[in-house]
Write a protein that binds this ligand. Sequence first.
Ligand code: SF4
Ligand code: SF4
Length: 264
Amino acid sequence: MLIALTDYCSMGCPHCLSDCTTDGKHITLEQLKRNLDFAYDLIGYSTMQCIVFSGGEPFEHPQIKQVLETIAEYQKRFPRVGVVIATNGYQLAHDKDLYNWYRDFVKNRAKNFLTQVTAVKEYYPKRLIEKDLYWLSKIKNCSVVDEVSEIYLYPQGRALNLKDARWETKAPKCVNLRLIANQIPETSFRHIVNTMPVGKYCTPRINIDGSIALGESRLCPPIGTIDNDLQKLGENVKHCKCGQCSIPLEILRKHSPQAYSLIH
Ligand code: SF4
Ligand code: SF4
């Protein structure tokens, strides 16, 4: 499961599948708590689950310290669920006060937070230099992806404008949830989400306004909101017919026609 903390990002990557810009809004603390209540009620007792907190760029949220303190409170109550903070690392490496605060926070007050920095120089316009990478490596449980071979490009948003992009995709990002919903008799959203294969952590996505989408991109249409009944949400997953991802859908049609027919 992914919870978006902001739609704002100043990095301007040409491959951004979410099309994030500096026009994006940030989640309010009140909405964050509502989204966390929903998410932890759904998956809070599972050892197989993990919540990725992403955006936009989380560390450009003006209240990021309060946001992270709030997440840490929930994590104390639900320690089985993993927490990953996904970031481009730029703000974190360049704002000394924020860096020192976060380093102390993950070491002493939020012990199981993982920080995933993605900062591939070929795609990220504001590059991290050796010194930045060194300081980021001093944060507990922080890993950095900075090799182009390690990043999976997905044909959505601005990435569609890239010439000669190497798409590393076999299907739309929503495919697992949709296939599960179409093959099990149980239609509760709770059951569908908790049947997801381990490692598929970026779906569903709870947006900053409490709407829920099946794909990681904020361009994925909402299938409902956190205020909907779980049965209704499950039905909406089952009947989702979104076909916006034409490239991944075509790959799926060619290589797994049976799976394609179940969701299309
Ligand atoms: S890919 Fe990430 S860092 Fe780049 S513009 Fe999009 S949200 Fe920002
Ligand atoms: S745009 Fe539609 S098909 Fe693509 S990942 Fe999102 S929900 Fe799935």
